[in-house]
Design a protein around this ligand. Structure first.
Ligand code: ASP
Ligand code: MG
Length: 413
């Protein structure tokens, strides 16, 4: 007998028919002798609908009230699923985040989980119930409803699995696993049977939307066995997120290619090349709560230099405005930018032990005449910023160059 946490995303519970499918799968797992905790998202489109509704009365909705509102999406699904389970003869009980007591900090709309009281869930499981928990929500210490950020039900699932010391956390979604890249762009993209936790963390932070990044961080911290599976196809093994780099296995050096169209680039030209300049530029940006991704400072010449960084495209206008305000104070000649850029990254733990990956990547892009505007690297990732219009081409040629369509064969560069 195992204790399994299953999380179902919005499309998997998008209508009563799909909820029935979920209920039957849950029932099957229970009949095999497993204890099952189910975490669900709001029905597909519901969170967006609620946010739009809030914005129709307040342009920038009050975060506390917004949380009260969007958390209702998941509350509907837990009740529907519990009812559906009962209807097919399965003992089931639903819980909101507050009812479990999933305690978070008070950062409304992006709260972090601090603790989970798992006692009631465990008691229900021991009495033969399936426990259905609302994803994405919790309460702060004063009882205010909080939410965990978009995609936050993944994090609820993994956090519950950690708290309950579950044998496996299964994330059911509309794809059947983690792919070498987005199959909508590269039809030859291949499902990975396994991926390491570190690679998954990079892919999630690079814009792969399969798992919320916080859920991956949580899984890493608490060593939760995590698997991504399709809720529409039966019998697949999905993708298992592993911890150990399997030394005995010949692994591909590159596991996947991630990309992101959500970024914009800002350049501050002709700033004095002196101590404190990076702080003077990025300080006001950070104060406005704008996340900065890549940063490049050119080598100074004649006492001045250029400074370039990327931000989320939604925050581009705001960041430009902030910098234009401080431009004279900093002594910058010009502030310019481009919001038609894209970031493409190759990811793989095999990079640690192989040289030449970066040059293979740059050569491949050069052969297609794609200009690289910025480069950044980590131990297991190389990212480049390019013109958005070459994004799909870049992903396709890199996928081919690194031989990612060939299952499991190590890459030769
Ligand atoms: N319903 C929430 C959202 O759309 C949480 C989730 O689906 O994970 O972001
Ligand atoms: Mg999701």
């Amino acid at each position: 007998m195992a204790l399994i946490v299953q999380k179902y995303g919005g499309t998997s519970v998008g209508d009563p028919e799909r909820i029935k499918n979920v209920a039957h799968r849950v029932a099957r797992f229970q009949s095999m002798g497993h204890q099952v905790v189910v975490v669900v998202s709001a029905m597909s489109g519901e969170t967006n609908r609620l946010i739009a509704l809030a914005k129709s009365v307040q342009a920038h909705p009050d975060p506390r009230e917004l949380d009260v509102m969007v958390s209702t999406g998941e509350q509907v699904t837990i009740a529907l699923l519990a009812m559906t389970l009962k209807e097919i003869g399965v003992k089931a009980k639903s819980y909101t985040g507050a009812q479990v007591r999933i305690v978070t900090d008070n950062a409304h709309t992006k709260a972090r989980i601090l603790s989970i009281d798992e006692a009631n869930i465990r008691a229900d499981l021991n009495e033969g119930h399936v426990v259905v928990v609302a994803g994405f929500q919790g309460v702060d210490e004063n009882g205010n409803i909080t939410t965990l950020g978009r995609g936050g039900s993944d994090t609820t699932g993994v956090a519950l699995a950690a708290a309950l010391k579950a044998d496996e956390c299964q994330i059911y979604t509309d794809v059947d696993g983690v792919y070498t890249t987005d199959p909508r762009i590269v039809p030859e993209a291949r499902r990975l049977a396994t991926i390491t936790f570190e690679e998954m963390l990079e892919l999630a932070s690079l814009g792969s939307k399969v798992l919320q990044i916080r859920s991956v961080e949580f899984a890493g911290k608490y060593k939760v066995k995590l698997r991504v599976l399709s809720s529409f196809e039966e019998g697949g093994d999905g993708t298992l997120i592993t911890f150990e780099d399997d030394d005995n296995m010949e692994k591909a050096i590159i596991s996947g290619i991630a990309f992101n169209r959500d970024e914009a680039k800002i350049t501050v030209l002709g700033v004095p090349d002196k101590p404190g300049i990076a702080y003077q530029i990025l300080g006001p940006v950070a104060e406005a709560n704008i996340d900065v991704d890549m940063i490049i400072q050119n080598v100074g010449a004649d006492g001045s230099t250029d400074f370039t960084f990327t931000v989320h495209r939604n925050e581009y206008a705001k960041a430009i405005e902030i910098l234009r305000k401080v431009q004279t104070h900093i002594g910058a000649r010009e502030v310019s930018g481009d919001d038609k850029i894209a970031k493409v990254s190759v990811v793989g733990v095999g990079m640690r032990s192989h040289v030449g990956i970066a040059s293979a990547m740059f050569r491949t892009l050069a052969e297609e005449g794609i200009n690289i505007q910025m480069i950044s690297t980590s131990e297991i990732k190389i990212s480049v910023v390019i013109d958005e219009k070459y994004l799909e081409l870049a992903v396709r040629v890199l996928h081919k160059a690194f031989n990612l369509e060939q299952s499991g064969s190590p890459v030769l560069v």
